[in-house]
Design a protein around this ligand. Sequence first.
Ligand code: FAD
Ligand code: NAP
Length: 530
Amino acid sequence: MKDAVVVGAGFAGLYMVHNLRSLGCTVQGFEAGANVGGTWYWNRYPGARCDVESMEYSYQFDADLQQEWTWTERYAPQPEILSYINHVADRHELRQHFQFDTRVVGASYDEGGDYWVVAADDGSEVSARFLIMATGCLSSTNTPDIPGIEDFAGEVLHTGRWPHEGIDLTQRRVGIIGTGSSGVQAIPVLAEQSAHLTVFQRTAQYTIPARNRGLEADEIEAVKSSYPEFRAGNNAMPGAYGLPYQAERVSAFDLTPEERVEELERRWQVGGTTFMWAFSDAIVDPAANEVVAEFVRGKIHEVVSDPETADLLSPHHVIGCKRIVIDTNYFETFNRDDVSLVDVGTTPIAEITATGVRVGGLVHEVDTLVFATGFDAMTGTILRMDLRGRGGRPLTDSWAAGPRTYLGLSVPEFPNLFTISGPGSPSVLTNMVASIEQHVEWIADCIDHLRSHGLTSIEATPEAADAWVDHVNAVADQTLYPSCNSWYLGANVPGKTRVFMPLPGFPPYVKKCEQVVANGYDGFQLGAVG
Ligand code: FAD
Ligand code: NAP
């Protein structure tokens, strides 16, 4: 029997294996893809890059690595992030612990022996004391079930499963469905690469200029010369990122209208998601939020020459309640003659035909159809496995009313199962590499504690999990996040239970995790077999 099975070889799985190995544990890793990288292995669409700055969106556990690695752009492109992850895998000899091209399809907990029996799609089974899901919040693609898709004669692509060999679109009329982060990044590049691009937009998007650029040697040096302080400062930020962009934040209504516009304009010119930090109440007070939203709509009308197109591109939901997006030349792209915008919010897509996409009475002819329709986020990947806890109870049952976890790390009745950046943790509202490192280190410390005390199981109590779910909801309800249809709520997947899944606020969460340990794993039941 192994000490642990780790599922997934992205940022989370690699660091988990590294830590378990340091504890002297035997580990079996499984990864569905052919290599390491996770998100950055799968999402190879044109324009893919991070939206947390490169000097922050990287591991902090290896001080030499962060000195030796040099990021080239403010927001690193996907190939650079993938080579970074490959470099880390080689540097720490992590690849050898994984079986690639292998999907974990299920796992059952053996109550008599306190271990998991994990089944993979190659028919193999491995037993392990601990089962660690490093399966990612955004790793199961969501493709809407639009009638006729099987009749489409051209190529169907998803941004989250882009062909590794790339694709020549120069002679093709391309259609793209979806204007979330993936669509907004891909659209300007696809417009350049294709013969014609048709964008099918259901909900207009608030997007802020990324102002991506090459990094200068002196700014890289400034961070490298104080990386520990830079990391500590970021970890004290609500989302574990954006230290350089913090400011004395005041309510929008403590400023004059001119001062509000000045601050918004300043942040618009700086670019990036920290635009949302212009006012302390931007994501809590609808009136303050509307000031920000109206400013962005004004910018859209400045950039887009055709007023009707500008209207159609102008969102009217709460800004930030769907994840804020950053872009390079997104709105400018709609001034091109070879780009068309089709509103599928008012009239949904009726069907996909052999030659295109029918909306109302009109078929929009395309040769290649790109789904930028996102992911079954946060729970989809875990629920797609047949996980069975105490009494053979399936996780799908336990989570029927939404994910029920303690700290986003542990599930009652599923002992010795850990979820890295699971629902109920800050995860997707943060710089995820920082969140991942915090979870991995917490899990490794916990396993070390159990082993050194002769214990073989740890399980969240139902009371602790219920109180935690209530806490996550209460924190989210103080914000405007739950106010529109977003994947944070599961609203993008038809039939999915609508619950706000991530927890806003990284520093208080970290403190809570530390307190739980200091109080003898408060909220958990620890045990020993036999
Ligand atoms: P992943 O990288 O998703 O890795 C999970 C791995 O588990 C995958 O390789 C998958 O194949 C594997 N897996 C899943 N199920 C199974 C199974 N049953 N069996 C075997 N293997 C399995 N976050 C940020 O903080 N900043 C950003 O700028 C940012 N940009 C992003 C851009 C894109 C395009 C996307 C999609 C996400 C982005 N994210 C960003 C979120 C990103 O997912 C995380 O930052 C991070 O990469 C997640 O790492 P992970 O290891 O937890 O999961
Ligand atoms: P997403 O945010 O869920 O966006 C999906 C898009 O598809 C939305 O515009 C959605 O419209 C549309 N859509 C879904 N079903 C549709 C249908 N049946 N008909 C028409 N339109 C439909 O997915 P994503 O863009 O892949 O991003 C997911 C997350 O991944 C991001 O929020 C972010 O966390 C991460 N990501 C980050 C970056 C980055 O910049 N670093 C890049 C990509 C992804 P509605 O809005 O109407 O639902």
